[in-house]
Design a protein around this ligand. Structure first.
Ligand code: GNR
Ligand code: NI
Length: 167
């Protein structure tokens, strides 16, 4: 297993649209294992493959307190959405910035696990927020796209400056 580098906003590859997974093989399972290792190390509650510059529709999530509930979503599809709610969001690709985002409160999602087994899940709260945040990444969208252009620009400039300093 390996910890992979996480792309930081406004890296242009965060805008790529990820392609569906077609074969559920060992390479896919290695990718999933690396994504969990990278997410837990960060630490974060979710990670989309896009964030490690792999443009396949793969998401890992663990919203538990003690890293005890790893979840894998491959080729996820939102089937239903209900209500709206706001949540403070952060992103490993936008380090240090937190903004309130409004999204559907309750969702029904269909996906495959790393062995190709299909499942459906109905959820709300933090897990629903996280699933939607990660699906956005697979579509080239970052949570700062939901805030004002002024705020987004300020965040972009600060992160660009930090990355210049980091070399
Ligand atoms: O670690 C993360 N926390 C978080 C908090 C509120 C809403 C979404 C998230 S996801 C984020 C990890 C990440 O960047 N996933 O793409
Ligand atoms: Ni994110």
């Amino acid at each position: 297993m390996a910890i992979r580098d996480i792309l930081v906003f406004p890296h242009p590859n965060l805008r790529k649209k990820a392609a569906p997974v077609e074969t559920f093989d060992e390479a896919l399972r290695t990718l999933v294992a690396d994504m969990f290792e990278t997410m837990y190390d960060a630490p974060g509650i979710g990670l989309a493959a896009t964030q490690i510059d792999v443009h396949q529709r793969v998401i890992v999530i663990d919203v538990s307190e003690d890293k005890s509930e790893p979840m894998v979503f491959i080729n996820p599809e939102l089937l239903e959405q209900d209500g709206m709610n706001t949540h403070e969001e952060g992103c490993l690709s936008v380090p240090g910035f937190y903004e309130t985002v409004e999204r559907p409160e309750k969702i029904r999602v269909k996906a495959f696990d790393e062995h190709g087994k299909e499942f459906e899940l109905e959820t709300d709260g933090l897990l629903a927020t996280c699933v939607q945040h990660e699906i956005d990444h697979l579509n080239g969208k970052v949570f700062v796209d939901y805030v004002s252009a002024l705020k987004r620009d300020r965040i972009r400039k600060k992160l660009e400056k930090q990355q210049r300093k980091a070399g």
